[in-house]
Design a protein around this ligand. Structure first.
Ligand code: NDP
Length: 400
């Protein structure tokens, strides 16, 4: 019997709150807090209609540590599930330390003024969480999250040595809009417009944004063009998968999406610095977010499937082995279940499972942890139970 506070009321939160609410034996009380309380109330209403459970809602500015501490101390939960934006990771971690509760998130900290993704800021909290006998679980979404667990599971059961990992992320679905992002547009576009980066033979190598690409035959989706990008889970996996020689991350994009993105970049709409407009300072990318479709609203007409997984190569008993571990998720089915598209679903379900692992003391460590550092088996079992079943197959060829 455990009480949690969930912060953020966007697309991912909608899924996590529904999934937690469906499991009162683990999540006995849920408080949902965010910047805009009406969004919390809308999720609470949907949960009430579906499961008959009452979710308490609160307004909070998660950039403000004292307000967060007051909220946590008022409700005294066991943990906070952070589903706001990466900008709020450190303030929420600070508040958890001060109030003495565990912490979980789905994306690593990013400063607002530079699009820079690395774990150093959050890893710097290791000793503080250890000393407080609290756990912080980082990146419990799909990628990062499930992809890290897939790698840990492969290492534990199928390989003596892992030499290369290619994380492949395909959204083969269609929402019927000319241009929209599947999660927070600001965070998504900052990520995609960065130079590509991958790890090989002990070094990080950089490529111009979206310049390296190739086709990949995704199970249940078919061949899609995927583009090499930097993605945060590579940073921790390069450290934690011993003997790893190479890790890359690939994501699929359609031509229509890339054309829109190029135009938006060329006209300056993806800038993250302030510009003067009518005597007011605005950040073009934040303005763009305000006019794009809300990712949480895309679910209704979404068709098709996502396929995300890891192609892993290495040695077992001296022999070469290549496995592909992946999940396929159907947009229309997730919409039917919780009213969200599959990108929110594939992130929101692992956030619930990560929290469940912590509340049931299945994952119980003091300090700050990435997902691959913990026993993958119970998490993999729960993926099968709670909506994200996975497959593992011998894979036909290497990713070039
Ligand atoms: P949304 O933009 O839909 O939701 C974010 C929510 O956080 C909104 O409700 C927003 O409030 C709230 N919020 C923002 N700033 C504050 C603040 N200062 N105080 C309180 N609340 C705040 O994002 P998503 O649901 O799409 O994504 C949620 C998280 O999941 C992000 O960190 C994203 O990067 C991560 N993610 C991780 C993935 C993975 O696989 N690991 C994949 C996809 C997403 P308001 O409604 O007022 O704007």
């Amino acid at each position: 019997m455990s009480k949690v506070i969930i912060i953020g009321a966007g697309g991912v939160s909608n899924v996590t709150v529904h999934k937690c609410a469906a499991m009162p034996e683990v999540f006995s009380e849920i408080i949902l807090a965010s910047r805009t309380k009406s969004k919390c109330d809308a999720i609470a209403q949907s949960v009430k209609a579906k499961y008959g459970r009452t979710i308490l809602t609160e307004q909070v500015d998660a950039d403000n540590v004292p307000l967060l501490v007051a909220l946590i101390k008022k409700h005294k939960p066991q943990m906070v599930i952070n589903l706001a934006l990466p900008y709020q990771d450190l303030t929420i971690m600070d508040a958890c330390l001060e109030a003495g509760v565990h912490y979980l998130d789905t994306a690593n900290y990013e400063p607002k003024d530079v699009a820079h993704f690395e774990y150093s800021w959050q890893w710097a909290y290791r000793q503080k969480f250890k000393d407080a006998n609290l756990m912080a679980l980082l990146g419990s979404g799909f990628d990062p999250g499930v992809t890290n667990v897939f790698c840990a599971y492969a290492q534990k059961h199928f390989f003596d040595e892992i030499h290369s990992i290619d994380i492949v992320d395909c959204n083969g679905g269609s929402h019927g809009k000319a241009f929209a992002t599947n999660f927070n547009p600001e965070i998504n576009i900052r990520e995609i417009t960065q130079p590509g980066r991958y790890f090989e033979n002990g070094e990080w190598k950089t490529t111009p944004p979206l310049s390296v690409h190739q086709g990949f035959d995704f199970p249940e989706v078919g061949v899609k063009e995927m583009y090499l990008m930097f993605h945060e889970e590579m940073e921790s996996l390069a450290l934690n998968i011993k003997g790893l020689k190479k890790i890359r991350f690939w994501m699929t994009f359609g031509q229509e999406y890339l054309t829109h993105l190029r135009v938006l970049e060329n006209v300056g709409m993806t800038r993250i610095d302030e510009v003067e407009y009518n005597g007011q300072k605005i950040v073009p990318l934040q303005f763009l977010k305000a006019v794009l479709p809300d990712p949480g609203s895309l679910g209704e007409n979404y068709e098709g499937k996502t396929c995300i997984g890891c192609v892993i190569e290495g040695l077992k008993d001296g022999k070469f082995v290549r496995k592909f571990i992946y999940n396929v998720c159907d947009h229309a089915e997730t919409f039917k279940e919780v009213g969200s598209q599959a990108i929110s679903y594939t992130t929101g379900v692992p956030a619930m499972i990560g929290a469940k692992m912590m509340l049931q003391s299945i994952w119980k460590e003091a300090g700050v942890y990435n997902m691959e550092e913990l026993n993958p088996d119970p998490f993999m079992d729960d993926l099968n139970k709670y909506g994200l079943p996975w497959n593992i197959v011998e894979w036909k060829s290497s990713v070039e």
